[in-house]
Design a protein around this ligand. Structure first.
Ligand code: FES
Length: 159
């Protein structure tokens, strides 16, 4: 086969996309953290054949999501923050929690609830085995935004 590494990216690449790495390298590593556009620290992860991207620091208190386990809750894949075990859906960035149905009933029964979108999720595109991220520039504030400052960046650089 011929090498296409010097060719310009295909036109299917969305505007304002940022190169993260070769797909095979990301699959091998499982997780990659990267500062994108000089301003946003993100986590790109590969799980069950899917790529996901999100703000790397947890919306609750800035915990390092790159060290979180991935588990399914109520049929939804979540990353579990290693600091206080908050559960964040990979696809939407929703915070999930278990609520008690009726506090006076025994045994206690719980059901899963959503706090809404808390973690900013970014768009991943794969073109010619290269992986790109387009930042989610929604003007709607999300709680993870507050950990995207220089003050919280130091830990990531050491990682
Ligand atoms: Fe993530 Fe508290 S910082 S759960």
């Amino acid at each position: 086969s011929t090498s296409c590494s010097s060719s310009p990216p295909s036109t299917s690449l969305p505007p304002a996309s940022h190169f993260i790495g070769r797909k095979e390298d990301i699959v091998k590593a499982g997780r990659v953290t990267k500062m994108v556009n000089g301003c946003r620290d993100i986590l790109v992860l590969h799980h069950q054949g899917q790529l996901h991207a999100m703000d790397v620091r947890c919306y609750h208190s800035g915990g390092p999501l790159q060290n979180g386990d991935i588990e399914e809750f109520n049929g939804r894949l979540c990353i579990v923050c290693p600091w206080h075990k908050y559960k964040i859906t990979l696809a939407e960035g929703e915070g999930l929690y278990q609520a008690v149905d009726n506090p006076t009933a025994k045994p206690l029964r719980t059901h899963w609830c959503s706090k809404g979108v808390k973690q900013r999720i970014h768009k991943v595109t794969e073109v010619n085995r290269n992986v790109y991220v387009t930042l989610n520039n929604s003007s709607e504030a999300m709680e993870s935004d507050r950990y995207q400052t220089e003050r919280y960046r130091t830990g990531l650089r050491e990682a």
